[in-house]
Design a protein around this ligand. Structure first.
Ligand code: UT7
Length: 336
């Protein structure tokens, strides 16, 4: 009998309506459209406006989009993994909130915190559940409401991030498609360069932590940049080499969207031309857990069965990794 693999059989996505342009950021911090565009590739990003709206709002919309396209019954879903570092609440898990909202009443659900690599960690974990034969339908959501944890007086950090969420449905297949291989890495020494100081169990919220702006993303951008360029390119090259893939046989590079210069460096290391690199950083910025599923959502119509995708990410932790996926269907899937 052929090996069971986990195929991506559906994609959903959601970005909020509000567009925060570089021009508007010029009115908020000392920056220019020219600096942001040339140093990062971001032109605009989406922001979830409104009181008491958490990342679940975007996860729910992304799942509804996927459910409408695949026409599966949400009651058939076994498991939902939500990769996010901006959960609605510390507990319960945002995945629980999403599962109930979409009617996935038979699913168990949990959040996964691996920052910008959260979605690929979730994809690998979800695929293992399918490959083991334990579950038949697993949904992996990646999304963040970065605007909730950004300091809009810190011009080096607030300019790259945005809000958004996407998801994929994983199902078993015995065909030679699906999640084929993955390399996942982490290094806790990265905490020094990218973290949020307060609000966790180490430093509970007080008036002082708020006054000192400790509930926002702290990032030493140029240090993170150096680690990202080397490590994301290394794992992308490693997964290509060990699966005998080269610039001819790779159909798409699907890189985390943190900075266009990091994306370009990864593409050049794997020898991939820009026309084979999925990119939407100019419209959405860095949505952390959302970048990879939002790329798949944007490019789904162009994808064909058998396409070789190398997905790569790098982020807080540090966490990083790469996944080789052979795409399982043609275009905007609608199987019923
Ligand atoms: O998502 C996962 C993890 N995150 C990343 O992968 C992000 C990696 N890092 C980056 O993308 C980049 O480091 C940033 C976009 C965050 C910053 O770009 P950079 O080219 O590394 O800038 P820098 O922090 O080294 O600053 C260079 C100069 C400084 O001025 P001086 O000291 O040379 O006079 C900054 O003050 O650019 C200045 N600067 C700005 N100028 C205008 C920094 N931010 C801005 C800004 N507008 N927004």
């Amino acid at each position: 009998m052929n090996k069971i693999r986990a195929a991506i059989t559906g994609v959903g996505g959601y970005v909020p309506d509000y567009v925060l342009t570089n021009k508007e950021l010029e009115t908020m911090v000392e920056t220019t459209d020219e600096w942001i565009t040339s140093r990062t590739g971001v032109k605009e990003r989406r922001i979830l406006k409104g009181d008491n709206l958490g990342v679940s709002v975007m996860g729910i919309e992304a799942m509804k989009d996927m459910l409408a396209k695949t026409k599966i019954d949400p009651k058939e879903i076994d498991c939902i993994i939500f990769a996010t570092i901006t959960p609605d609440l510390t507990f319960p898990a945002t995945a629980n909130i999403v599962a109930t909202a979409v009617g996935a009443t038979n699913a168990f659900s949990y959040d996964l915190g691996a920052a910008c690599s959260g979605f690929i960690y979730g994809l690998s974990t979800g695929a293992s559940f399918i490959q083991s034969g334990m579950y038949k339908k697993v949904v992996v959501i990646g999304g963040d409401k970065m605007s909730a944890i950004l300091d809009y007086t810190d011009r080096t950090t607030c300019i790259i991030f945005g809000d958004g969420a996407g998801c994929v449905l994983l199902e078993p297949t015995t065909e030679d498609v699906g999640v084929i291989d993955s390399v996942l890495k982490s290094d806790g020494s990265g905490e020094a360069y990218l973290h949020m100081k307060a609000g966790g169990s180490r430093m509970r919220p007080t008036h002082e932590t708020v006054d000192k702006r400790l509930h926002y993303v702290y990032q030493e951008g140029s240090a993170v940049f150096k680690f990202a360029v080397t490590n994301m390119a290394d794992v992308a090259a490693q997964i290509a080499t060990r699966n005998n893939l080269n610039s001819e046989t790779i159909t798409w590079l699907v890189p985390h969207q943190a900075n266009k210069r990091i994306i370009d460096a990864t593409a050049s290391r794997v020898g991939i031309n820009e026309d084979k690199v999925m990119m939407n950083i100019e419209r959405y910025g860095n949505t952390t857990g959302g970048t990879i599923p939002l790329l798949l959502w944007d490019y789904e119509k162009q994808l064909k069965k058998g396409d070789n995708l190398i997905i790569a990410a790098f982020g807080g932790g540090f966490t990083w990794g790469a996944i080789y996926v052979k795409w399982a269907y043609n275009g905007n899937h609608n199987r019923h």
